[in-house]
Design a protein around this ligand. Structure first.
Ligand code: TXA
Ligand code: MG
Length: 322
């Protein structure tokens, strides 16, 4: 698996030349650019249709490279890096001298992550430097969890898409601001607040309103093109029938397979990890079903489901934009 891989060498060469490469991580696919190359980062923003001055995560091969990108590495940061890297955790740290404003969105902090996906690790070691990579979707849209999704988002405008299969976690990394003495959870993810507390001895705080800008924390995000409505579990059949009576085609995502209502439906996995793994792919499938609305069964309000509820809530808001 670690022997020479011509696709990886080609991808590293594209990055060195200032081009864009999509690659798998354990969370979602990323659209990568050389994090030291301003023009390459500008290309990333254009490809994604992302508003300027939003910060982007720098992916590195190993914690050893951290000092090239960040300074004032706090004890809490060290504990989290030791506990969860490589893995689905992004740390927001004070930026080191020379880290471009295009990466940090002009802030004095930088988001860093060591991914665990074998193909991401091979790419990072072949390239040698940091890879700036937002999720490989058009701004505000559903994140991609397969190479096919990335191709659907960008067509031929991305030179190379490395195919590493379906992403294991399926939702974006947990983001923790570790610039202060105690951690602040900027984006929930597979690594829960509880695990962060266990690793650091401190429960992470929730961000104050208006604190570090994060597009993934905008109310509208991760959205399919079809309007999405969250429906309380027991009311699904009734709501679907109502809409159907009005002549609307209805797509349903629910954790039960006994529903008869709706034009298209998916029975989602019943436990949180499986649900997250399939979540974005399921939204894409239902989005493509040509329905007037996607009804998604409301999920339990428990810590296990927190990261998924976060994405689902934003998808519902985002899908109602004109
Ligand atoms: O799992 C992930 O994190 C994926 C994979 C590809 O690594 N990446 C990802 O990137 O989700 P993106 O750009 O879609 O979301 C990154 C989030 C954004 O909300 C961004 O604002 C936030 O990270 N972020 C990056 N640097 C930051 C900083 N210095 N301060 C606060 N938030 C930051
Ligand atoms: Mg994203």
């Amino acid at each position: 698996m670690l022997e020479k891989n011509p696709e990886i060498d080609k991808a590293a060469a594209i990055l060195r030349a200032g081009g864009l490469v999509a690659f798998p991580t354990e969370t979602v696919y990323g659209l990568g650019a050389d994090a030291r190359n301003r023009e390459a980062i500008a290309r990333l923003y254009v490809a994604k249709g992302r508003p300027a001055r939003h910060p982007v995560i720098v992916h590195i091969a190993d914690v050893i490279q951290l000092q090239q990108w960040a300074c004032d590495i706090t004890p809490v940061a060290q504990k989290l890096a030791r506990a969860f890297w490589p893995g689905p955790l992004t740390l927001v740290l004070r930026r080191a001298a020379g880290v471009h404003d295009e990466i940090t969105g002009g802030q004095d902090t930088v988001g860093i992550r060591v991914p665990s996906h074998p193909m991401a690790r091979l790419l990072l070691s072949a390239f040698g430097g940091g890879i700036a990579a937002p999720s490989a979707n058009r701004f505000g849209h559903v994140s991609p969890t397969t190479a096919q999704h990335v191709k659907q988002e960008f067509g031929d405008s991305v030179a190379l898409v490395l195919d590493g299969g379906a992403c294991e976690v399926g939702i974006e990394s947990t983001i923790v601001d570790v610039t202060g003495s105690s951690p602040v959870l900027l984006r929930p993810g597979h690594i829960s607040a509880l695990r962060i507390r266990d690793a650091t001895g401190v429960s992470p705080a929730m961000p104050a309103a208006g604190s570090p800008r994060a597009p993934g924390t905008l109310a509208a995000h991760y959205a399919p093109r079809t309007p999405l409505e969250i429906v309380q579990a027991g009311l699904m059949e009734k709501r679907a029938q109502e809409l159907t009576r009005d002549g609307k085609r209805v797509a349903i995502l629910a954790r039960v397979s006994t529903l008869r209502a709706g034009t298209a439906w998916i029975a989602a996995p019943t436990e949180a990890a499986g649900y997250a793994h399939d979540f974005y792919a399921n939204l894409r499938t239902l989005d493509a079903a040509g329905c007037a609305v996607i009804l998604v069964e409301g999920l339990p309000d428990t810590p296990q489901w927190a990261a998924i509820n976060d994405r689902l809530g934003r998808a519902a808001v985002g899908s109602q934009r004109p």
